[in-house]
Design a protein around this ligand. Structure first.
Ligand SMILES: Cc1ncc(COP(=O)(O)O)c(C=O)c1O
Length: 383
């Protein structure tokens, strides 16, 4: 029995016309990733599945330089691990220093509060990173916090925090370090063991260019030890149980998103074929540089503080006199989907995501269309 119309009907619903994606995630996926995700399902308790899980964990651990920490893959989006970090490794009513440089820092604060813990907030003006001396001061003032949370890449402002330096400060104060690397992992350098990160998590639909549904994390022994003392870790995100299934079965307590894990495995193989982690990160850095250069050449202004630019998303001030998602809407009419401004700066910025499968031709199309949009709305591009 064959029902090809079903596919056509859904394609028509989702893709009535082609669009080039410069989104904040989900992002455009490598064709090989999509191809492998079509394979027929198999039991997640089979030896074949275990082999896939094991191989993916090993490849990701290598990429993250996480040899002492444990890499976990679970059916969730990144926020699952955000919640898990608090529930598993902060005492009930315990305090957490939450660093906030944008919307996703606020979300971590909410995760702390909604799990009955107490956030102490270190907040910076939008567009700026947290600096190590500021974290040091905050920890001196609040020596009783159990952990520090850091958004590595703030997707709402396009700022990359100086994670290595911040983690060093937090570890000097003896704190657990939880890192939201949702829009950084796979594009920004991460050396989990060397930098002393205790729980660093991401979602599949970002820089590895895989569809959503899989959350990845590297978790330190310190976190697992702490978790043993925490009551009420819950059912779904109990890190000790998730670790036990990894160690005994190379699988997960609940059913894993097998296609996404196969997709991540394919992405990590592409990393190897490109020449390894360094070459892959260079590709990301060069792509980001190219996007920023294009924006500046048009006479537009970047939102992030120089020196802290994101390798995955470029946030740009709207041209003078433009309010709201005008650039987004105009580009969409021309077959290009960027991301609207987000959070408090939604009316004054637009965002160009540069994660996943993007070619130089795509970037050229983007800038040709952007130039046309700017001219149409009466803004004179610089060059
Ligand atoms: C920095 C950051 N943290 C957390 C999230 C939430 O991720 P998810 O929706 O995969 O849980 C996002 C999503 O864009 C993000 O960019």
């Amino acid at each position: 029995m064959n029902y090809p119309d079903v596919v056509k009907e859904i394609e028509k619903m989702l893709w009535p016309r082609p669009l080039k994606l410069f989104t904040a995630g989900p992002v455009s996926c490598f064709p090989e990733v999509l191809e492998v995700m079509k394979i027929q399902m198999l039991s997640h308790r089979s030896s074949e599945y275990r082999e896939l899980h094991k191989d993916t964990v090993k490849k990701l651990a290598e990429f993250l330089e996480a040899r002492k920490t444990t890499v976990l893959l679970i059916p969730a989006s990144g926020t699952g691990f955000m919640e898990a970090s608090i529930r598993n490794a902060v005492s009930p009513r315990g305090k957490v220093l939450v660093t906030v440089i944008g919307e996703f820092g606020h979300r971590y604060k909410e995760a702390v509060e909604r799990n009955g813990r107490i956030p102490i907030v270190l907040e910076k003006p939008l567009g700026k990173p947290v600096l190590p001396f500021e974290l040091d001061e905050a920890l001196r003032k609040n020596p009783d916090v159990e952990a520090v949370t850091i958004t590595y890449n703030e997707t709402s402002t396009g700022v990359l925090n100086p994670l290595k330096e911040l983690a060093k400060v937090a570890k000097e104060h003896g704190k657990l370090v939880f890192v939201d690397a949702v829009s950084a992992m796979g594009a920004a350098e991460l050396k989990v063991d060397d930098w002393g990160l205790d729980l660093v998590f991401a979602s599949s639909q970002k820089a590895f260019g895989v569809p959503p549904g899989l959350a990845m994390a590297a978790v330190s022994e310190e976190v697992f030890e702490k978790a043993k003392k925490i009551p009420d870790r819950g059912l779904y995100f109990d890190l000790l149980e998730i670790k036990e299934f990894l160690e005994t079965q190379w699988s997960t307590p609940t059913t894993p998103p097998i296609p996404q894990i196969a997709g991540l495995n394919a992405a990590l193989r592409i990393v190897e074929k490109i020449g390894g982690k360094e070459a892959w990160l260079r590709m990301y850095a060069e792509r980001a540089e190219k996007i920023r250069r294009g924006v500046i050449e048009l006479g537009l202004q970047l939102f992030a503080e120089p020196g802290y630019y994101s390798p995955t998303i470029t946030v740009v001030y709207n041209p003078p006199g433009v309010k709201g998602p005008v650039i987004y809407e105009e580009l969409r009419k021309r077959g290009i989907e960027i991301a609207r401004g987000y959070g408090k700066v939604k009316d004054i910025t637009f965002r160009i995501g540069h994660m996943g499968y993007i070619t130089n031709d795509d970037i050229k199309l983007l800038f040709d269309a952007l130039r046309e949009v700017l001219v149409n709305i009466g803004y004179k591009p610089a060059s």
